[in-house]
Design a protein. Structure first.
Length: 228
């Protein structure tokens, strides 16, 4: 990565990525001594820590940049998505086009009965939770929704629709006012454990296969973080 600055990473994010929840212990080892965010992300790429890079980007980007990444990731596999996923993806795109000022009602209506099995729905959820974070002091884990969208899109590059069902899909049942217990569980846990595991198949572990599939999506996210 040649970018010397990453303007779409929040200013409160440490150059070493310290403080971002959900990163593996290996991140601290490879980013020791890094003076800039660009150096830390370059270290993650050089060491093939693509899952960690997804976590760092999704939870370190500004809200609009993070949602944009989830949308662009979902668009990568749009040809595999069913109508419900495509409608959710379109709603997330509309939210972006409005600069985050669009009425959240259409997003919430689309997500109310969505099984939350694919990247389009999670891109819409990222936009919805981003709105919640802006409207109150409650923690709305839009970064976790972005992680889900990106990881599910990556898994779909090696699989056909539908992916296996995931406990994360139940998050669609949560109310829109504040965070439900399910939302809190999602924010604290891994969003890739169920839905993406069956897409990997035999051979290397599902985690390793997913990690490898994520590389082009991380490159995509880094371009967005760099303002490209």
């Amino acid at each position: 990565m040649n970018a010397s600055s990453l303007p779409n990473i929040r200013v409160d994010v440490s150059p070493s990525l310290a403080g971002i929840d959900g990163l593996s212990a290996a991140v601290a080892d490879v980013t020791t001594g890094a003076g800039t965010l660009a150096e830390s992300f370059a270290a993650l790429m050089d060491n093939h820590l693509f899952q960690d890079a997804v976590v760092a980007l999704a939870n370190g980007m500004t809200k609009e940049a993070a949602v944009k990444w989830s949308v662009e990731a979902a668009k990568t596999v749009a040809d595999k998505l069913p109508d419900g996923e495509l409608q959710a993806l379109e709603a997330a795109e509309d939210w972006l086009a409005s600069g985050g000022a669009a009425d959240a009602g259409p997003l919430q209506d689309l997500l109310q009965d969505n099984a939350m099995q694919g990247p389009g729905a999670w891109a819409a959820k990222a936009a919805d939770w981003s709105d919640q974070a802006a409207a109150s002091d409650a923690i709305a884990p839009y970064g976790k929704a972005v992680e889900a969208a990106v990881k599910l899109a990556a898994a779909l590059t090696a699989s056909d629709w539908p992916l296996s069902e995931s406990a994360a899909s139940e998050a669609a049942e949560a109310g829109v006012d504040g965070m439900s217990a399910m939302q809190q569980e999602l924010a604290a846990g891994d969003v890739d454990a169920g839905a993406v595991s069956d897409a990997a198949g035999d051979g290397p572990t599902p985690e390793q296969q997913l990690n490898d599939l994520l590389k082009p999506f991380v490159e995509q996210g880094l371009k967005i973080a760099a303002g490209e």
